[in-house]
Design a protein around this ligand. Sequence first.
Ligand code: FES
Ligand code: FES
Length: 244
Amino acid sequence: MTRQTSRPRLPAQARREGRGEARPPELGPGEVDVALTVDGTARTVRVEPRVSLLDALRERMGVTGPKKGCDQGACGACTVMVGGRRVLACLTLAVTCEGQEVTTVEGLADGERLHPVQEAFIANDAFQCGFCTPGQLVSAVALLEEGHTGDDAEIAEWMSGNICRCAAYPNIRAAIRQVRDRHEGHASDAVGTAGPGGTASDAAAAQARGFAADPGPDSVGPADPADPADPAHGSDRPRTEGAQ
Ligand code: FES
Ligand code: FES
């Protein structure tokens, strides 16, 4: 019997070779240029192939909206969209984003005008310390585009990759429902007090943009123990790509 000595091929590589396509050049181990579009601006960053998208954004490009909570795919604070799909930037290599469109929390607003999801987070008091908020916002925007908003349990499941230590989950879901219902022309069941684009404080607006801000005096309180859909009381298996 012939002993197999060659390493198994990656399926993509096997497919390329089956089509007679040349193997793409290997990158590294030194630094390489990676061209990508970040929040609508074409950027080039020079990184080693081992550098994560999160570190490339935060440490090399000064895009500090995405947060580093765990750096191991467990919290969702680093969530960004790549090519319109939400990913965990801490588990995504920057080199794999060559030529891609990257959207962070900093790219959600239209100039001074907040994204409807950002406005809804303020209106529904959907954050306390704000550290998880950049990832929650990006994930919520993607969730609404994906259409996983049928009911509270579905929203909770598809947002469960984004952990909130302050347990703002009921308010986050209320914000998502508000945007969903407005989009669908239904009455809103928001729980907040400040109207979108209304009297939100500068600190709240800064948090909603993903920038650091001191926690305001308002808090959302603990998770609702009677709420079975609350990830704090049920499954918290991440749904964001790369976290599974
Ligand atoms: S920093 Fe926690 S999942 Fe990326
Ligand atoms: S960790 Fe989510 S608001 Fe504090």
